[in-house]
Design a binder for this molecule. Structure first.
Ligand code: CMP
Length: 143
């Protein structure tokens, strides 16, 4: 079954949105396979955002994501990668539709509440960056 890496960013944790966000993915019917509250070390942040290394906002991005605890998660389900992206809304919260996470709670493109993998390749890469294999739990869920 498909898995995605999703992470409540420091602004989402500060604004008490962890429960709200977990609730949305649970209510949708996805299965939580891993989760932890953590402060991201600098080298991990630079690896995670490696594709943005040449962007002018890279330093700001790394400073922000390491500025406080994040809630890192692995969610599992059919089409979870693209469905989670739809539920998150556009990267810029000012352009994100109402009833998406960023549309409802986001205030700026830097502080946009949540990160989610954008492809199966990045999901695999990000899950293995943030989680040990033994931290991903495989279990059956009753409907
Ligand atoms: P995310 O999905 O975590 O992936 C890359 C992040 O870069 C993105 O969310 C935004 O938070 C951030 N980002 C994109 N554009 C800008 C920008 N112009 N200034 C600051 N951060 C940005």
């Amino acid at each position: 079954m498909e898995k995605s890496f999703l992470m409540v960013k420091p602004d989402g944790v500060q604004r008490n949105l962890v429960g709200e966000i977990v609730n949305r993915f649970e209510a949708k019917g996805f299965k939580l396979a891993g989760a932890k509250l953590m402060v991201i070390p600098n080298d991990l942040a630079e690896q995670h955002y490696g594709e943005h290394k040449e962007r002018p906002f890279f330093g700001e991005l790394v400073d922000f994501i390491t500025s406080g605890p994040v809630f890192a998660m692995v969610w599992e389900g059919e089409n979870v990668i693209s469905t989670a992206r739809t539920m998150m809304g556009k990267t810029n919260p000012l352009e994100a539709s109402p009833s998406t996470i960023r549309g409802d709670f986001g205030v700026s493109v830097g502080k946009n509440i949540i990160h989610g993998s954008d492809s199966p390749e990045s999901a695999e890469r990000e899950i293995s960056l943030f989680f040990d294999e033994k931290e991903i739990i495989s279990y059956t869920k009753q409907d």
